[in-house]
Design a protein around this ligand. Sequence first.
Ligand code: TYD
Length: 261
Amino acid sequence: MERVRFINFPKILDERGNLSVVENGAALPFEIAGCAWLYDLRDGEKWQNKHLGGKDELIIALSGGFEITVNDGTDSKSFYLNRPYRALYVPKGLQWQMGNFTTNSVVFVLSAEKVANDGESAADGSFGNKLVPLNEAPCLQGHITIVENGKSSPFNVKRVYYLYDVPAGESRGAHAHKALKQLVIAVSGSFNITLDDGTEKHLYTLNRPGEALEVGPGMWRTLDGFSSGAICLVLASEVYTAEDYIRDYDEFLEYKKQKQI
Ligand code: TYD
């Protein structure tokens, strides 16, 4: 039980909204193997899900707040989570139960082991710029969506970051990546994301936690139109490197031109 602890992750404050990041290495005590998020959680319900708990896990309140009670077989201890940059680390072998969810709670769980074992198809490695349904399951208490490395995910997730508290009218993310693959998800509220390959632009509106926009490398992407309470969750194929960014649009067009030669 002593090993259960809070871990603070970076909170990168910006007038265009806040960003936090959790990635392999750094402060994370295990490598990411799977992740899951719980939402539409009903008042008065408790979450005891057979897919979750009992593994090395990191639990984050992406939105709202809730109570989590951890049990080691003899003893139990309760913790309260309500900030997206403050996570609870629960080591393997301990079970937990969640409850007391505030309205619009979104719980995010990063796991060191695969979360579910019930026959989803393996990832085929295909990747485009498209909206894809994720592995969403309704249950009594709300909804759960699970993404697992090498299984339901089209790439191995090594980093997750999320944008929150974005003020009205702000836009984010006018940049491209050279190699990074990403799954972009509106786990709360809604926002628009425009993908530009240098010739054509396409606008997507994201507003459901059970679908993701696949964003491949070499796409200029801009996020705007954030609703109040919107949370943009991004699952990324690589840990953060500044060198992978192209931040200047003319440089991006030049990069695309070079790629075509
Ligand atoms: P950035 O990706 O530039 O967001 P935007 O394009 O919306 O401005 O990230 C903002 C800042 O956060 C930037 O200084 C880099 C830092 N950052 C990290 O340190 N790690 C990360 O994983 C991400 C996504 C950003």
